[in-house]
Design a protein around this ligand. Structure first.
Ligand code: 5CA
Length: 445
């Protein structure tokens, strides 16, 4: 993409309404525009990051054996009356009437609808286990929408639902989700810690939230200092292997890590004092096992091998896809702007031409551009007629992990400068070497 042809409406001023870094930076970097409280348009660069996150979520869900589908945003009230949640959900639910005076709602979550799909099509235990998920917009009329996309009213969520014959099977699905989430967040360059939580309106006793440590997080968290050091890494996981999956969950949940909702001071005090950490976290996902809470009232049953009929055991599993964009920035920024981890960056590399219109600089930039595209990477080429300082400031603000600077003096010596956004370190090398180095970094992800 050439910046002169792109739509990147960066703001010079710091927007007064934004209280936290991610909100400020998303507005300044032209990623979002607020349309109403808690409702945003995703401008091209914000949309690109959102899509990168979605793609990672899809890949890891599919790797775990879960099946994507798509349910609508608008749901009939009748389904929620069956589960008993239509009245229980309260004013967070946006209730709408259609022209025939039928009660509808904009889905805040989809347990009822997925249970309806299941009961319409599945009869036998032989169709189990089954986990279906989608990535779809939700609406929750939050009392205090704030912090930009972190607590929106309209937000993008991945929500997945498992259907199993027994509690034991459903707990394997729960564990599978936990491990797939660990990998999902790690691929984005995030450390998200599973913490025992409270289930709220979704229901059930078994639930974990995934929290990214950040001072601006909405939850208070208490954890053993060893927990953030745990890494799943690239180990090959057989998601069908119950012992292996349960073993990984144990590895990540044995040490103390809880939110204020479930915090237990006595247990916490058993950790050696120097390892006791209190901080704040952003909830980027939550998994639940709630058994037959929906399947029983809604009649989602299967025939069993001995001619019986039983309600299926279920759980639901959410990832805050749009919230993750904010969480990623909270965890990755400095005073100059965003610092995207390579896994989610909107463009892989920025090319800055210090002397636009200079034949040697222009052709070197064009050649670099083509070389990156040939490696399957997306460069953002700042080809505007702007001062070097303004170009650098834009690149630092939008936070691409790598920048190549091309200037007349360097080109005369067959050199370009490769700069790492995170460390600020620059290195001179030939254009070919720079392309190889950057391509190698992305290939290794
Ligand atoms: N049905 C279950 C799991 S599929 C469910 O709705 N879970 S949830 O309520 O915990 O939401 C899942 C994730 O969505 C949360 O962990 C959070 O990351 C994100 N989320 C929830 N509310 C908001 C909001 N108002 N704005 C942005 N993201 C949100």
């Amino acid at each position: 993409m050439r910046l002169s042809r792109y739509f990147l409406p960066v703001l010079k001023e710091t927007p007064a309404e934004a209280q936290i870094a991610s909100h400020r930076l998303m507005l300044r970097a032209g990623m979002i525009k607020q349309q109403q409280a808690g409702i945003y348009s995703w401008l091209p660069m914000g949309y690109k990051v959102l899509k990168r996150i979605e793609q990672i979520v899809h890949e890891e869900q599919i790797r775990a054996g879960h099946i994507p589908l798509l349910m609508p945003t608008l749901q009939p009230a009748t389904l929620w009356q069956e589960s008993g949640r239509y009245d229980a959900y309260g004013p967070e639910m946006l209730r709408i009437k259609d022209r025939h005076d039928r009660d509808m709602l904009y889905g805040p979550t989809n347990e009822e609808m997925i249970t309806d799909i299941f009961r319409s099509h599945v009869e036998s235990y032989k169709s189990l286990p089954l986990t279906l998920y989608h990535i779809q917009w939700k609406f929750r009329d939050e009392v205090r929408p704030r912090f930009g996309v972190m607590r929106g009213r309209e937000f993008l969520m991945k929500d997945g639902y498992n259907f199993d014959l027994t509690k034991e099977d459903a707990l394997h699905a729960y564990n599978r989700h936990m491990v797939s989430y660990l990998r999902t967040y790690e691929r984005m360059g995030l450390t998200a810690i599973p913490m025992r939580a409270d289930s709220g309106p979704i229901g059930g006793d078994d639930t974990h939230e995934f929290l990214v440590l950040a001072d601006t997080g909405e939850s208070e968290v208490f954890y053993d200092a060893k927990v953030p050091e745990l890494k799943l890494g690239k180990r090959a996981v057989d998601y069908d292997n119950r012992e292996e999956v349960a073993g990984i969950c144990e590895e990540f949940t044995t040490l103390y890590a809880r939110t204020d909702e479930t915090h237990d001071e006595a247990l916490f005090n058993e950790i050696p004092e120097e390892r006791r950490k209190v901080g704040r976290g952003i909830e980027v996902g939550q998994i639940f096992y709630f058994g037959t809470k929906y399947s029983e009232p809604m009649g989602a049953t299967v025939n069993t091998p001995d001619q019986g009929k039983v309600p299926v055991h279920m759980g639901s599993h959410g990832i805050g896809v749009s919230r993750l964009v904010g969480a990623l920035i909270e965890a990755n920024h400095d005073e100059k702007g965003i610092i995207w981890p390579e896994g989610v960056t909107p463009f892989h590399i920025g090319i800055v031409n210090l002397k636009q219109g200079d034949v040697s600089c222009d052709s070197a930039c064009e050649a670099l551009y083509r070389a990156f595209v040939e490696h399957g990477l997306e460069p953002l080429y700042d080809d505007r007629e702007e001062r070097a300082g303004a170009k650098f400031a834009t690149m630092d603000l939008i936070g691409l992990p790598w920048r190549i600077t091309v200037g007349p003096r360097g080109i005369a010596a067959n050199k370009v400068e490769l700069t790492c956004r995170r460390t600020g370190e620059s290195e001179e090398m030939s254009a070919e070497e720079a392309v190889e180095k950057v391509a190698g970094i992305y290939a290794a992800l």
